[in-house]
Design a protein around this ligand. Structure first.
Ligand code: ASP
Length: 414
C-alpha cells in the first residue's frame, strides 16, 4: 500500500477515534489539548514562508505583469461568483426553513468575542496593506503579506538578470517548505485525534454538545443543509463542468486537507496541506497551486459567507426584526464581503458577522443566540471553504492553462 494511502487511513481513524473519545469520555479528554496545539503550531509555522515564497514564485513564473493582471482578475472574479452563489443558497434555505421562529432569546448581552471588534467595509480594504510587513507576518495577517508578495514578485520580473537569483531563493524556500509539510503530515493522525477529542471534551462530551445543539437545532440544520448543497452539488458541478475533473478521485485526493480543515477549523493552518494535496495527489500545476490556493485560503470563504447570511436572517427571525427584500439584498452583499474579510482562523466569521448585522441594523446581542454551537459549525464551514479553494484551483488551472508549466515538484508523486 502506498505511504500516502496509509497516512490517509490513519488520519481518518484519528478523527473518528478523537470524535468517539471526546463524545464518550468528555471533559477528561481536554488533557490532550497540548498535543493538538503542537500539531497546529507545526502547521502554522509554515504559513508565512509558504505564502510569501509561493506568491512571489507564482508571479515571477508568470513572467509578465500583464499576465498577472489577467490571471489575478479571473481568480478574484471566480471566487466572488462562487461566494455569491453560496450566500444565495443560504438566503433561500433560511427563508424556506425559518429556523428563527419560536426560538427563546438569551440574556440580551453583546458577547465578549465580538464586543468592541466592530469592523466596517473600509476596515477590510485597509487591511490589504500593512505599514509594517514584519509585524503583519508576526501577527500572521495573511492578506497584507499576499499583497506585498504579489507586488514584490511582479517587480522582480522587471529586473531581468538581477531579479533571477532572488527568484531562485524563493523557489528553494518553497520546495523546502513543501517537503516539511510532507514530513509533518506523519504526526497529523495524532494531531487531529487530540484536536477533536479535546475540543469535544471541553464542550462537555456528547451530552453537552447535544444539549447546546438542541436549543437551536433548526438553525444548525439549516446551515448544514446549505453547506451540503454547496459542497455536494454546486462545487462538484463546477469541478466537473468547468474544471473537467472527475469528482470522486479529485475529492479523494483532497481528503487529507478536508479532514484537517474539519479538525482545525482553520483554512490558513490547513493551507500547507491543501497545497500539497493539490500538487502531489491531484496534479494541479505548481503555478496554479501557488497562486490560487493562498489567495483562496484568505479571501474565498464560501462556507463562511453562507453561514453569515443564514445567521443574520436567523437572528432577525428570532428577534422579530422585520426584514424587507432590500434588507436581504444588503445581507447578500455584506455577507459576501464579510466572508472575504474573515481571516482563515477559528470562528473568524463570528467577528466579521458584525458587518452584516450593522448593515441592516440587527442587534449584535443576537450573536449570543448562536455562540455556543459556533465552534462546531465552524468545522463544517471551514471544510467547505477549503473544498471551495480546491475546486477553484482545478477550475482556474484549466481556464488559464498550464501549458508552460515550468517543472514538476521535487519529491512529489506526480
Ligand atoms: N474558520 C473559518 C476558516 O478558517 C473562518 C470562519 O468561518 O470562522 O476558514
Amino acid at each position: 500500500m502506498k505511504a500516502d494511502r496509509i497516512l490517509l487511513y490513519l488520519l481518518l481513524a484519528g478523527i473518528v477515534a478523537g470524535g468517539l473519545c471526546g463524545w464518550l469520555i468528555g471533559e477528561a479528554m481536554s488533557a490532550w489539548d497540548w498535543v493538538g496545539k503542537l500539531f497546529l503550531n507545526a502547521l502554522k509555522m509554515l504559513i508565512v514562508p509558504l505564502i510569501v515564497s509561493s506568491m512571489v514564485m507564482a508571479v515571477a513564473e508568470l513572467g509578465d505583469v500583464r499576465r498577472l493582471g489577467r490571471a489575478g482578475g479571473m481568480v478574484i472574479l471566480y471566487y466572488f461568483a462562487t461566494t455569491a452563489i453560496a450566500v444565495l443558497i443560504g438566503i433561500v434555505m433560511v427563508n424556506l426553513i425559518q429556523p428563527g421562529s419560536g426560538v427563546i432569546l438569551g440574556d440580551g448581552e453583546i458577547p465578549e468575542v465580538v464586543a468592541g471588534k466592530e469592523k466596517g467595509i473600509a476596515d477590510i480594504v485597509l487591511s490589504l496593506v500593512s505599514p509594517n510587513i514584519i509585524e503583519a507576518a508576526a501577527r500572521m495577517d495573511v492578506l497584507p503579506l499576499i499583497v506585498f508578495s504579489l507586488f514584490f514578485g511582479a517587480i522582480l520580473t522587471t529586473l531581468g538578470e538581477k531579479g533571477r537569483p532572488v527568484v531562485r531563493v524563493f523557489d528553494g524556500i518553497n520546495d523546502a517548505i513543501l517537503k516539511m509539510v510532507r514530513l509533518i503530515m506523519w504526526i497529523a493522525p495524532l494531531g487531529v485525534f487530540a484536536l477533536v477529542a479535546s475540543r469535544l471534551g471541553q464542550a462537555g462530551g456528547g451530552t453537552g454538545i447535544a444539549n447546546e445543539v438542541a436549543k437551536i437545532g433548526k438553525y444548525f440544520v439549516t446551515v448544514l443543509i446549505g453547506l451540503g448543497i454547496h459542497g455536494f452539488v454546486v462545487l462538484p458541478l463546477l469541478l466537473r463542468l468547468l474544471g473537467r475533473r472527475r469528482i470522486l478521485p479529485y475529492a479523494g485526493g483532497m481528503t487529507e486537507a478536508l479532514s484537517t480543515a474539519w479538525s482545525t477549523a482553520s483554512s490558513s493552518a490547513t493551507l500547507p496541506i491543501t497545497m500539497r494535496c493539490a500538487q502531489d495527489h491531484n496534479r494541479v500545476s505548481r503555478r496554479s497551486a501557488m497562486l490560487v490556493m493562498p489567495l483562496g485560503a484568505t479571501i474565498n470563504m464560501d462556507g463562511t459567507a453562507l453561514y453569515e447570511a443564514v445567521a443574520a436572517i436567523f437572528i432577525a427571525q428570532a428577534t422579530g426584526f422585520p426584514l424587507g427584500a432590500g434588507d436581504q439584498v444588503i445581507i447578500f452583499l455584506t455577507a459576501t464581503l464579510a466572508a472575504i474579510g474573515a481571516a482563515g482562523i477559528p470562528e473568524a466569521g463570528l467577528v466579521t458577522m458584525v458587518i452584516v448585522l450593522n448593515a441592516v441594523g440587527l442587534p449584535l446581542e443576537g450573536i449570543g443566540l448562536i455562540l455556543t454551537v459556533d465552534w462546531f459549525l465552524d468545522r463544517f464551514r471551514t471544510t467547505v471553504n477549503v473544498w471551495g479553494d480546491s475546486v477553484g484551483t482545478a477550475v482556474l488551472d484549466r481556464l488559464y492553462g498550464t501549458a508552460d508549466e515550468p517543472r514538476p515538484l521535487a519529491g512529489g508523486s506526480r
